[in-house]
Design a protein around this ligand. Structure first.
Ligand SMILES: C[S@@+](CC[C@H](N)C(=O)[O-])C[C@H]1O[C@@H](n2cnc3c(N)ncnc32)[C@H](O)[C@@H]1O
Length: 210
């Protein structure tokens, strides 16, 4: 499943890269607010990894807020946009679960609209890998859409011009919080927001054990 999903993601997000680029300015105000809640809790100059960084506008916002930001994305076209926006940053085209990172290296991890791309077991693998590369006492930001019932599977999203099939794990709030508790991640910030396209998001900032 993991390999198939990697191929699907690579193909899907190559197709969607220019649409993601076109949406940046619409999404910027809510994203800037959400990310300032994150950077306000981090020391200036903290190293952050943006996982599934797409066109790199979240990296750009983090860097403007004084962070040193690396990015990874599985879709080469996404990284082309991200490089244009963040010429000095370390950017990798690759599958997060396959690329090696030093243990306890990052002060912060950003997983924005990322954990819902995978079946629950693979999403948990991504979260566990993120924990292992975060410094003790570091912060992980996860943002995902809010669902009333837990379910998952392939779906066609109709809010993009390119109606490609995507995998979606729909998280409920209690399910996600149970996962954080089971990993001893302390919730230090929670915000619910409606984005510019009417979707309700659950933004969590959690702290790893010291
Ligand atoms: C829903 S988009 C979110 C992008 C961005 N974080 C944002 O909030 O705008 C998910 C991104 O994750 C990337 N992606 C999917 N699977 C990945 C993987 N296994 N490793 C790295 N990136 C991946 C996709 O190419 C896509 O750009």
């Amino acid at each position: 499943m993991k390999d198939i999903l990697s191929q699907v993601h690579k193909r899907t997000y190559e197709i969607l890269a220019s649409e993601y680029e076109d949406r940046v300015e619409t999404l910027r105000p809510t994203t800037e607010k959400a990310l300032s809640d994150f950077t306000n809790l981090l020391a200036p100059g903290s190293k952050i990894l943006d996982i599934g960084c797409a066109v790199g506008y979240t990296m750009e916002i983090l860097a403007k807020n004084g962070m040193v930001v690396d990015g990874i994305d599985i879709a080469p076209k996404m990284i082309t946009y991200a490089r244009r926006r963040n010429p000095g940053s370390h950017l990798v085209v690759g599958d997060f679960l396959e690329v090696s990172y030093p243990e306890h290296y990052y002060g912060g991890i950003l997983m924005y609209a990322f954990l819902h791309l995978f079946p629950k077991d693979i999403a948990l693998e991504c979260l566990d890998k993120s924990i292992s590369i975060t410094k003790p006492g570091g912060l992980i930001f996860t943002g995902t859409t809010k669902s009333e019932s837990a379910r998952e599977g392939f779906e066609i999203k109709h809010d993009y011009k390119n109606e490609v099939k995507r995998y979606r794990k729909r998280w409920t709030q209690s399910e996600l919080e149970e996962v954080f508790n089971s990993r001893r991640l302390k919730i230090v910030h929670y915000a619910e927001k409606t984005d510019e396209f009417g979707k309700i998001w659950m933004d969590y900032i959690v702290r790893t054990e010291k």
